[in-house]
Design a protein around this ligand. Sequence first.
Ligand code: CP
Ligand code: NVA
Length: 310
Amino acid sequence: MALSLKGRDFLALVDYTPQEVRYLIDLAIELKAKQKAGEVYQPLKGKTLGMIFEKSSTRTRVSFEVGMYQLGGHALFLSRNDLQIGRGETVWDTAQVMSRYLDGIMIRTYAHRTVVELARGATIPVINGLTDLSHPCQALADYQTILEHKGRLEGLKIAYVGDGNNMVHSLMMGAAKVGMHMSVASPEGYEPDEDVIRQTKEHAAETGSQLHICRDPREAVENADIIYTDVWASMGFEAEQKDRERAFADYQVDENLVAHAKKDYLFLHCLPAHRGEEVSEGVIDGKNSIVFDQAENRLHAQKAIMAAIM
Ligand code: CP
Ligand code: NVA
């Protein structure tokens, strides 16, 4: 199905219909096949993406830069320290100015409102490369990965064990959009955001997807097709590391926990991972883990986003 997403921002999966999300996943798979076949596909020739990073990154930075190159365009890396934003220029003015030079902006930052403000000020598409609230590029790549390995998405069950953070927020909305069921287990005080839960449930009704929030990791993982976890202390929360280690002590995804999932379950993690904390070495390096296929798909999924909106 050919859909036009040209000119749109990619800030959150909630802004995309189930059909649009599926279109992007299918396009990612198509662009991946082209690249593997050595086919040159350069719809973004002559275009430039600005990439603002206020937090560290390995995957996001490299995959956006390489992706833009493969699509025929150019990517500019801009750290906070390189920009006048770091010296107090407003996000709005930055957006206005950048729109005069660039064809798209990817931003990784702390407050989600910064991304929203940037998108309001910009006349070019803005892509959310992670905020404290969400990480939609990762979730899109994750559902692509699941589809490639399982051959379908609708009706599968994904279990997330751990911190109610940016990652689980985008995964929840993604599950609602692709028609997967999701269970989330987090310790007290670290649950996903209530507004995101409410919004996810509203959208889940559209596809028949179900969202279950609980405390017990075993309950979440029971009969799951996919098990997902993420770090206990996300970027910006490093000072809480010790408190979090205590709070999450019973939330490690290890061999005992995964025994409650389906035999052919798949393990996913957005990475970077901390072996021995949120996941045991045996699970992340085991035969059910597909974390590096997942990391690779950041490239293909983001190429799909850029090719579609820029
Ligand atoms: N998963 C992810 O976004 O990784 P980076 O922080 O390395 O970009
Ligand atoms: N939740 C993690 C994801 C990193 C890709 C963080 O925000 O640090």
